[in-house]
Design a binder for this molecule. Structure first.
Ligand code: KG4
Ligand code: ZN
Length: 342
């Protein structure tokens, strides 16, 4: 599936960063101005390829990235009749992620950089998510509490300014997105699971009480107990009402995420709550965090829906930061990378 983004008409030379994201299952490319304006963007999703496995199949992901990356870059440039003359630099995800898919992106970026004589910047994918709320005009007021909830990560962080990230708590086991994807698989809802579980959850009341792991303690997360509780129930009773399971799972996950956000805002002086990562596309999470923010009297910063899940635009915008900070290119792939790193 290719989803074109409406581009702008005129661009100055060297005014855009070309962002390339291929850390997981989306081949995504975008052209972004320094102020976060997205001039062009295209995401080639691999969801159909991985659906039959209920999760990402790394070797197939690498092959699909290799087939799609150059056409996706070409089509993104074509959206605004652009060529290398508009490109100031190329920003590419160097991690965290799957090694094969990361290498495809890095190789494509390095090849283009050589051919076009443009700098190439390796970007931490998580730093990209952090910048996603500022694409197309959003702003963050600092200091900020951050909830990053994706397929690969779930963490709370404190940002005293745009550059400094301090982790307050991570997950001890699964990420919340992973729990969504596994529950979707148990309920036969396909991959990716988040949107399907959310949709089904909205159709009924959360009548089953699932555990809310670590809800009363600290700022760390744990989602494997919740996932296992759903698995045990579905195994015991294959005829269980799926919408009720979905609604009850979502209610438990949301209670935990909302409680952690409220606790972090209570513990640290902050002007806003920033919610990013694929799970920030969840309408339930959007609603619950808005309530938490109203209660705490802080602003809520969310990415627009199209920049919630993985995309090239957030990598390009983070690339501008790296360029401004004069950071070394960092072109080594890193399957593991903390949000505190660059
Ligand atoms: O940020 P992302 O696109 O990729 C990673 O960096 O991991 O996040 C993907 C995760 C998947 O687990 C997916 O199920 C979840 O985000 N997700 C959602 C929704 N849309 C995507 N979870 C809940 N509700 C959604 N609407
Ligand atoms: Zn991501």
């Amino acid at each position: 599936m290719i989803s074109p983004h409406m581009g702008l008409a005129m661009h100055e030379p060297n005014s855009l960063i070309l962002g390339i994201e291929s850390s997981c299952d989306d081949t995504a490319v975008a052209l972004v101005a320094r102020d976060g304006t997205v001039a062009a963007a295209l995401t080639q999703s691999q969801a159909e390829i991985h659906a039959q496995y209920g999760g990402v199949y790394p070797e197939l992901a690498s092959r699909a990235h290799a087939a799609e990356i150059i056409p996706t870059i070409r089509q993104t440039l074509a959206q605004i009749d652009s060529g290398p003359e508009h490109v100031r630099a190329i920003a590419v995800t160097r991690g965290p992620g799957l090694i094969g898919p990361l290498l495809v992106g890095l190789n494509a970026a390095e090849g283009l950089g050589l051919g076009w004589s443009k700098p190439v910047i390796g970007v931490n994918h998580l730093r990209g998510h952090l910048r996603s709320t500022e694409l197309d005009g959003g702003t963050i007021t600092y200091p900020a509490i951050v909830l990053l909830a994706s397929g690969g990560h779930t963490l709370m962080a404190y940002m005293k300014d745009a550059k400094t990230v301090e982790i307050l708590g991570g997950t001890r086991d699964d990420s919340v997105g992973e729990a969504y994807d596994k529950v979707a698989r148990m309920l036969g809802l396909g991959y990716p699971g988040g949107p399907a579980v959310d949709k089904l959850a909205k159709t009924c009341a959360p009548d089953i009480t699932f555990p809310r792991p670590m809800i009363r303690e600290g700022l760390e997360f744990s989602f494997s107990g919740l996932k296992s509780a759903v698995a045990r129930l579905v195994e015991r009773d294959p005829d269980v009402d799926k919408p009720t399971v979905a609604a009850s799972f979502v209610a438990a996950a949301m209670d935990v995420l909302a409680a952690k956000c409220a606790r972090a805002l209570g513990e640290r002086e902050a002007a806003s709550l920033v919610v990013v990562g694929g799970v920030s596309a969840s309408p339930q999470l959007r609603e619950r965090t808005a309530e938490v923010c109203a209660e705490a009297g802080v602003d809520l910063a969310l990415p627009s829906l199209k920049w919630s899940t993985d995309n090239g635009a957030m990598i390009a915008l983070a690339g501008w930061d790296y360029l401004d900070m004069g950071l070394a290119p960092h072109l080594k792939p890193a399957t593991r990378l903390s949000i505190e790193q660059f």
